[in-house]
Design a protein around this ligand. Structure first.
Ligand SMILES: Cc1cc2nc3c(=O)[nH]c(=O)nc-3n(C[C@H](O)[C@H](O)[C@H](O)COP(=O)(O)O)c2cc1C
Length: 137
């Protein structure tokens, strides 16, 4: 499988998480690209077999949490994903609110089958991500 991980990171935490996730994907025998949302090409990402999009959590720490605009705009720019497996993830400090379901809903709008949702408080791979990789087959 060819897995595309796209992330938005302001201070490096989400980048670190995305890179650690990519290592795990590769260790499972898949190919993986890991690209900042600012550089990601929507057509190439749409062509991957599975897609994973992550953002740092932006909000008022306990309220109004959301993914970055760049992340949501990128999701909206994807081609029709026709049931491809997808996952969303974020890094955060205190609470993520409803940001992950909102990211998932936007990916579903593009036709993705969102089967994973992950959060981590630092640059480590979130619990459960390994199982998501296994679910890709
Ligand atoms: C302006 C701003 C707003 C933030 N809002 C939240 C928030 O609402 N909830 C939360 O848990 N963390 C919040 N954080 C913390 C970041 O989401 C967290 O540190 C994240 O891991 C940073 O990722 P990055 O290093 O990839 O930029 C905020 C950080 C900043 C700079």
């Amino acid at each position: 499988m060819n897995v595309a991980i796209v992330f938005d990171s302001k201070t490096g935490t989400t980048k670190g998480a995305a890179e650690a996730m990519a290592e795990l994907v590769q260790a499972a025998g898949h190919q993986c690209t890991v690209t900042p949302v600012q550089d990601a090409d929507p057509a190439s990402v749409s062509a991957a077999d599975a897609i994973c999009v992550g953002s740092w959590c932006k909000g008022l720490f306990f309220f109004f949490q959301h993914a970055t605009e760049a992340t949501m705009d990128f999701i909206d720019s994807l081609d029709t994903l026709e049931g491809k497996p997808a996952a969303v993830f974020c890094t955060y400090k205190t609470a993520v609110g409803g940001m992950l379901p909102k990211m998932a809903a936007r990916l579903r709008n593009r036709g993705a089958n969102v089967t994973g949702s992950f959060k981590s408080r630092g640059p480590a791979v979130a619990e459960g991500f390994g199982d998501w990789i296994k679910s890709l087959g």
